[in-house]
Every structure is written in structure tokens, then in C-alpha cells.
Write a protein that binds this ligand. Structure first.
Ligand SMILES: CC(=O)SCCNC(=O)CCNC(=O)[C@H](O)C(C)(C)COP(=O)(O)OP(=O)(O)OC[C@H]1O[C@@H](n2cnc3c(N)ncnc32)[C@H](O)[C@@H]1OP(=O)(O)O
Ligand SMILES: O=C(O)CCC(=O)C(=O)O
Ligand SMILES: [Zn+2]
Length: 394
């Protein structure tokens, strides 16, 4: 059989794509703290930061140190842990915030200010001239302290494109490390993302980071498209927790990226730790893992209908684009239902170490379906139907 190249990988001729060379800014301890249910004690923040670091994220973003006294102390405590991931804090575009941030021990500062008409009018009330001046002042100050600095325009997709490009050009010219695009209200679609990132890439030389809210369900798709268009960094949080219904989820993005850049993703991230990480955060914010969560949802690798089960038993790739073992998970063939087929039942008979001919298994399958027509079946039910069918034949 000929070796086929991966159809989901970027084309080798696509020189702008960062699909196989992306970084994660993990924001569970910043955006995630804005999730309605979130309250993280200092100990819990430290536990989550260590788990994120162990998973392999590149950056950990923390709540602004001016949010509260304890937020500042927690930021300092996490900086002292000596993690491999770089520690960032996230502040308004204001010298008062910047002065506090640079004293916390962080490796870098993420600065943001709204550029859309909505935010200019109703949030901070400043015009583009003021925004540009304060951005330059904050960036030069943070740089003078030897720290990384990123400048981001909040609500980028509802901002005027000329305003956006001007401010990004200004900050790029003074040596900002990254610029950020933020889909603060989750309004952007993948095509708009591709166009904005490509346009921005043609006017700045620094890296581009993207932040996508999931109000309209596009966060993971938009993140992928941003990387295709040349963005380098994506903001994520565990389970996607954040303001409203949150942002790109770490696990969801891993699912997408392992398909397109398997070697990169597997070598960089400890994927088998994803489930523990998600359980840790889910428990901390008192939610269950969503049933349809990519990778770790309880049925993410469960195959039910007979047609699926037969093919999966023959070759899992028929109905799986992700390999559960890459994440320390296992697949499951759901045979105790009326949609089952004789191939699934045969597999169960073999697991029970029983011997029946194919014709007997087909007959047995019809009996299981008859019972499945009147009530929900459990594994134990079907196992006893199989066992009594078998013993009646003896
Ligand atoms: C889209 C995002 O998620 S951005 C990140 C959001 N994160 C946070 O808000 C962190 C938690 N926030 C807080 O603890 C508080 O809001 C603080 C400490 C930052 C500010 O608290 P307060 O001074 O009481 O102000 P309040 O929260 O009511 O209003 C926000 C203030 O920030 C100003 N502001 C808002 N965005 C920005 C910005 N990007 N740059 C500079 N100033 C800004 C507003 O003008 C307003 O100032 P005002 O008091 O002069 O009107
Ligand atoms: O700093 C950023 O880039 C994003 C800020 C934010 O959370 C948002 O705009 O939704
Ligand atoms: Zn956000």
C-alpha cells in the first residue's frame, strides 16, 4: 500500500500556515476565572498551574494583579513556582496597572484595550489617539523592565480596520513581542478570521496571537483558521471556561490539531494528562465534563449502531479520526441496544469466552433486538440473554 500524505495537514507549499508550529497561551487562571462559577483559592490556582505546566502549555496567563490584593499575591506565588511555562498577567492599557504588573515577577504582560466603537464609547471612553499614546507608554515601560509584552485590541472584529492596522503598526514599530486579535463577543466567522489575520500579517513583523469567544460556536474553527492564516499563538482554557460560554477549549483544540499536526502535538503535549486536567478544573468550578466534550466526553469513543460497530471492529479508522489511545482513553462498542448487529454480538460472545456459530449469533441477535424493542437494555441484561441462549444449546 502506498504511503499517503496527511490530507488534513497544511500543504507544504503553504508558507504562512502555523498549523504545525503553534503555541498555547493557557488562560484558565485569567479568562477562566471570569467563568460564572469560578472561584480559585491560592492552593487551587497553584495546583492548576502545575498541571497546565506538566501538560506542556507554553504560557500561563493570570488574572490582573490589580483585580484584588489576593490576585496580586497569587500571581507572585505562581511566578515563584519555577514552572517551565512562561507566566503572563493580563492588564488594562494603563500605567497604573503596568506598574503593579511588572513587580509581580511575571515573564510577560498581556495588555488589552477596546478599539471598537462600542467599547470606545461605553467602556473606557477614549479615542484612537489616546489609545495609541497610552499603548506606546505602557509597551515602552514594560520593555524597559526586560519583560515580554503583548498588545491586543479588544473586540477586534467590530473595530475599524484602518484604526486596527494603524495601532498594530505603531506597536510593532516599537518592538512589541506579539499583537493580539480578540473576538470578544464571538461574532467572527472563519472567513473573516482568515482575512483579518492575513491582512495583519502583511503589516506587522511580530507574532500574532488570537483569542476567540464561543458565543456562536466558532471558537475552535476560528482558532484553526487563524493558525492557517499565520497566527502563531492561540488563547485557550480548560473546558473553554470564561466569560459567558467561554473561549476555545484546550481539549477541543488538541482534538483539532492532532489531526492536522500529529507529530508536533504528540511530541509537545502530554495528551494522556488531558482527562485529569479537565477533571481538576471541572471539580474546581463545580461542573460536569460535557457529555459531548471532544476526547473526554463519556461517549467520545463509543460506537453504537450495528453498521458502525462492524466496521470499527474490522478497522477503527472507519469511524474514528482520533485514536483514543493517544489520550489514554479506550473505545467502547455499545452492543446492548436494538440498533446492534450480529458482528457486535459476536464480539461480545467471544469476550465472554463462549462459542456459537455465525447462524446462532444471528438468531441470538434477533432475540436481543426483540427485547430491545420493548425496553432499554443493560450490559448485564444482554450478557444473561447470551449466556442462557448458549446454555440452552448445550
Ligand atoms: C474582555 C476582557 O475579558 S478584558 C479583561 C477583563 N478583566 C477584568 O476585568 C479583571 C477584573 N477586573 C477588576 O477587578 C476591575 O474591573 C478593575 C480592578 C480592573 C477595575 O475596577 P474599577 O476601577 O472599580 O472599574 P470598573 O471595573 O467599574 O470599570 C472599568 C474601568 O476600567 C477602564 N477600562 C476598561 N478597559 C480598559 C482598558 N482596556 N484600558 C484602560 N482602561 C480601561 C474603564 O474606563 C473603567 O474606568 P473608570 O472607573 O474610570 O470608568
Ligand atoms: O487580551 C486579549 O487579547 C483578550 C481579552 C479578552 O478576554 C477578550 O477580548 O475577550
Ligand atoms: Zn475573552
Amino acid at each position: 500500500m502506498s504511503v499517503q500524505s496527511n490530507p488534513y495537514a497544511p500543504s507544504p507549499n503553504d508558507l504562512v500556515s502555523n498549523v504545525g508550529n503553534f503555541q498555547l497561551i493557557e488562560s484558565t487562571l485569567r479568562e477562566g476565572e471570569q467563568f460564572a462559577n469560578a472561584f480559585f483559592s491560592t492552593e487551587k490556582k497553584i495546583e492548576i498551574a502545575k498541571a497546565l505546566d506538566d501538560f506542556g502549555v507554553d504560557y500561563i496567563e493570570l488574572t490582573s494583579p490589580v483585580a484584588s490584593e489576593q490576585s496580586r499575591k497569587d500571581c507572585e506565588a505562581i511566578c515563584k513556582l519555577g514552572l517551565k511555562a512562561k507566566i503572563l498577567t493580563h492588564i488594562r492599557c494603563h500605567m497604573d496597572d503596568a506598574r503593579v504588573a511588572v513587580e509581580t515577577g511575571v515573564d510577560g504582560v498581556d495588555v488589552v484595550i477596546g478599539t471598537s466603537q462600542f467599547l470606545r464609547q461605553y467602556s473606557h471612553g477614549k479615542d484612537m489617539n489616546y489609545i495609541s499614546k497610552s499603548a506606546v507608554e505602557v509597551i515602552e515601560f514594560v520593555k524597559s523592565k526586560g519583560l515580554e509584552i503583548r498588545f491586543s485590541s479588544e473586540d477586534s472584529f467590530r473595530s475599524d480596520i484602518v484604526d486596527l492596522l494603524n495601532i498594530y503598526k505603531t506597536v510593532d514599530a516599537i518592538g512589541v513581542n506579539r499583537v493580539g486579535i480578540a473576538d470578544t463577543v464571538g461574532c467572527a466567522n472563519p472567513r473573516q478570521v482568515y482575512e483579518l489575520v492575513r491582512t495583519l500579517k502583511s503589516v506587522v513583523s511580530c507574532d500574532i496571537e488570537c483569542h476567540f469567544h464561543n458565543d456562536t460556536g466558532c471558537a475552535i474553527g476560528n482558532s484553526y483558521t487563524a493558525l492557517e492564516a499565520g497566527a502563531r499563538l492561540i488563547d485557550v482554557s480548560v473546558l473553554g471556561i470564561g466569560e459567558r460560554n467561554g473561549i476555545t477549549s484546550l481539549g477541543g483544540l488538541m482534538a483539532r490539531m492532532i489531526v492536522s499536526a500529529p507529530d508536533y502535538v504528540k511530541s509537545k503535549y502530554k495528551l494522556h494528562k488531558l482527562r485529569d486536567l479537565e477533571n481538576l478544573v471541572a471539580e474546581a468550578v463545580e461542573v460536569n465534563l460535557p457529555f459531548n466534550n471532544p476526547i473526554t466526553g463519556f461517549c467520545a469513543f463509543t460506537h453504537k449502531a450495528g453498521i458502525h460497530a462492524k466496521a470499527i471492529l474490522a478497522n477503527p479508522s472507519t469511524y474514528e479520526i482520533l485514536n483514543p489511545s493517544d489520550f489514554g482513553m479506550t473505545r467502547y462498542i455499545h452492543f446492548a441496544n436494538r440498533l446492534t448487529g450480529w458482528n457486535a454480538i459476536k464480539s461480545r460472545v467471544e469476550q465472554l469466552n463462549l462459542h456459537l456459530t455465525d447462524d446462532q449469533i444471528k438468531d441470538l441477535t434477533q432475540k436481543i433486538k426483540q427485547i430491545g424493542d420493548v425496553r432499554q437494555l443493560g450490559i448485564d441484561d444482554v450478557d444473561s440473554i447470551i449466556k442462557s441462549y448458549h446454555s440452552e444449546l448445550q
